[in-house]
Ligand binder design. Structure first.
Ligand code: GTP
Ligand code: MG
Ligand code: ZN
Length: 277
């Protein structure tokens, strides 16, 4: 599997120039929400969402999902996809949009609160800059036509850029990631999901949950430090979110309690080891 490379700075520095003064005032802002943008046609891929979610979780940023280019599919297909997403990531907000018909743009605008910062991430060509243009109300950012040869958007955004919206929300456009989702078994194992699924071949039990079992290859790897504790925890957290909807209430309560204990214990250890990624 290819790996997603995105940088989500927890703090973004920007300088504001005072007209009458010489010095620049530095403003630091936190990124509050990351919009993971996928275009609904070719780009649509649940596993990719999951990978982004892991990274975003690690950054302590709230994720939301944007399905763009909904003008390209039927309403039935759209509803089916929204259903799939909600089933897999049941507590993540999903907004479907089209910058062509402007469907969902108002909903997106309303989701954005003043003085909060939102960054847009996703593959190249999914329409991140176009969406921001729509929010800005005029074409300010350069976007490109889909290239004929590859059928994919051209890589047009090259620098991270920040924009201030009229409702005083702050949005950040990111260059798109490329090649994400292309299966390449030979690629080095850098992704936590790939890493864990490879390791799990060596777990004693086929249905190992990698949380408490004896002879669990994943837990051993965490212990050895081959997988960092923080990445392991975000994997577990995310997996739990996707499993949650499948359980009944009693199962949920029971699992929540156990899970709460588990996280608490792990966090304690994590602090003790003073380890980072
Ligand atoms: N049909 C359709 N096309 C769209 C939509 N939004 C964007 N596009 C087109 O998709 C192409 C890529 O859009 P961009 O906004 O440049 O994509 P991006 O995500 O910013 O791409 P990078 O900057 O490379 O990361 C352009 O040709 C847009 O016109 C949409 O809602 N529907
Ligand atoms: Mg762009
Ligand atoms: Zn295991």
């Amino acid at each position: 599997m290819a790996t997603i490379h995105i940088v989500l700075p927890r703090k973004t520095m920007l300088t504001k120039k005072h007209s009458r003064r010489q010095d620049n005032q530095i403003i630091a802002t936190n990124i509050d929400v990351a919009f993971i943008v996928e275009s609904i046609d070719r780009d649509y891929n649940l596993n990719r969402f999951e990978r982004y979610l892991v990274l975003i979780n690690e950054g302590d940023i709230k994720p939301a999902i944007i399905l763009n280019k909904v003008d390209l599919i039927s309403i039935e297909d759209l509803n089916q996809k929204i259903k799939e997403i909600k089933e897999r990531f049941n507590n993540i907000h999903v907004i479907s949009t089209s910058t062509v018909t402007e469907q969902g743009i108002e909903e997106l605008m309303n989701y954005i609160e003043k003085n909060k910062t939102y960054c847009f991430v996703g593959s190249s060509g999914v329409g991140k800059s176009s969406l921001i243009n729509n929010l800005l109300g005029k074409s300010k950012i350069k976007t490109k036509e889909i290239s004929d040869s590859t059928g994919r958007g051209k890589h047009t955004t090259t620098n991270r850029e920040m924009y201030f919206l009229q409702n005083r929300g702050i949005v950040i456009d990111n260059p798109g990631t490329r090649g994400v989702g292309i299966t390449n078994v030979k690629t080095s194992v850098e992704n936590i999901f790939d890493q864990i699924s490879l390791l799990s071949n060596d777990c004693k039990y086929d249905n190992c949950t990698h949380t408490h079992e004896s002879n669990c290859a994943v837990l051993s790897a965490v212990k050895r430090g081959d997988i960092s504790k923080s990445r392991y925890l975000s994997y577990i957290k995310l997996r739990k979110e996707s499993e949650h909807y499948e359980m009944n209430d009693v199962q949920k309560r029971d699992k929540d309690r156990k899970f709460g204990k588990f996280i608490k214990k792990s966090m304690k250890e994590l602090k003790k080891n003073h380890e980072d990624r």
